[in-house]
Design a protein around this ligand. Structure first.
Ligand code: TXA
Ligand code: MG
Length: 313
């Protein structure tokens, strides 16, 4: 706690992925978060809160849907974008008029938040553009020497980042599919909640290439995976396949199995992407999973990992 009060930056477990956390009201500390991540300072961060009641300190003009969703899903893998109060500084919001807020579902994160009595600005604890960490070891591998403390809360239970819902304009929309299924949002709100590609709003997870392992990623239908892998291996590439364990593949081909059920796939996705990197692959051939439930988030992350990469990210 002293570390956070005196401007320090810590790695913090949440149910989705590990975060790189600083006191959201300390601008210097927030700037250090951007520096450690190597992230452009105009990209806004999520402010983590100890409980839903804290919303009123950070957001204004809060629509009834926000309270409905907070009551249904917080603590949990849902981030709400709302109009900000002055407490949400430009350093946190990237100068936008809105702020992203969530109450994480992890005992250690909630204990730290309650003790701090404020908000923690925390992006995922990876370097900009790379795979998010879901264990404390992953954080140490990525950022170990640069953070003041790594809190180990065990492996993350959800495995992909929170679902971001924009409630700052008329109709709710999903800005980033994530650990809370769209079907759940729609059930509770009683209306469709479309996925809206970020436009004027800067959402770094929405940059074309993001969440990327070092190996290239190619998306295929499961039925084509074996033939593609054979052909590319014949060209001398080191290829592996990410897909369900039931997939028949040629012997000797490195395989990275993820469960067929969408929540299981979300849970294992980043673990398998990291393993694929350790295996030194040139190319990971990834089978597109279902779009149901958390499958939407898995598809989204794989599509971004497969997108063309700009140099240096
Ligand atoms: O599960 C999560 O959300 C994790 C854990 C640590 O809580 N955090 C996370 O943070 O994924 P980060 O910074 O990697 O992604 C936050 C996303 C970014 O895409 C950012 O652009 C978006 O939230 N965001 C933040 N403020 C926003 C705003 N005012 N309007 C729209 N998007 C916003
Ligand atoms: Mg991130």
């Amino acid at each position: 706690m002293e570390i956070l009060r005196s401007g320090g930056v810590i790695a913090l477990p949440t149910e989705t992925v590990y975060g790189l956390a600083a006191n959201a009201e300390d601008e210097l500390a927030v700037r250090r978060v951007f520096a450690i991540k190597g992230r452009p300072a105009t990209h806004p961060l999520i402010v983590h809160l100890p409980q839903a009641e804290a919303l009123t300190a950070w957001a204004r003009d809060i629509p009834p849907e926000a309270w409905t969703l907070a009551a249904a899903f917080w603590p949990g893998p849902l981030t709400l974008v709302l109009r900000r109060t002055p407490r949400a500084t430009d350093a946190v919001t990237g100068g936008q008029d809105t702020v992203a807020l969530r109450v994480p579902h992890h005992p250690l994160a909630l204990a730290v938040l309650s003790a701090l009595g404020g908000g923690l600005a925390a992006p995922s604890a990876n370097r900009f553009g790379r795979v998010s960490p879901t264990t404390a070891d992953h954080v140490r591998e990525d950022l170990g020497n640069e953070v003041d403390l790594v809190l180990d809360g065990g492996p993350c239970t959800v495995g992909v980042e929170s679902t971001i819902v924009d409630l700052s304009s008329e109709d709710p929309a999903i800005l980033r599919p994530g650990g809370l299924a769209a079907e759940e949002l729609e059930r509770v709100l009683g209306r469709p909640v479309p996925v809206r590609a970020a436009s004027s709003v800067r959402v770094s997870g929405s940059l074309a290439s993001h969440y990327a392992p070092r190996a290239g990623v190619m998306l295929v239908e499961a039925a084509d995976a074996a033939a593609r892998a054979q052909a590319l291996r014949a060209q001398g590439l080191r290829v592996g396949v990410l897909g369900p364990a039931t997939l028949a593949l040629p012997p000797g081909l490195p395989r990275f199995d993820i469960p067929e059920d969408p929540a299981g796939a979300a849970h294992d996705l980043y673990l398998r992407l990291r393993e694929a990197d350790l295996a030194g692959l040139d190319l990971l051939i990834a089978c597109l999973p279902t779009a149901r439930g958390l499958g939407l988030a898995v598809r989204d992350r794989l599509a971004r990992a497969a997108a063309p990469r700009s140099p240096g990210t």
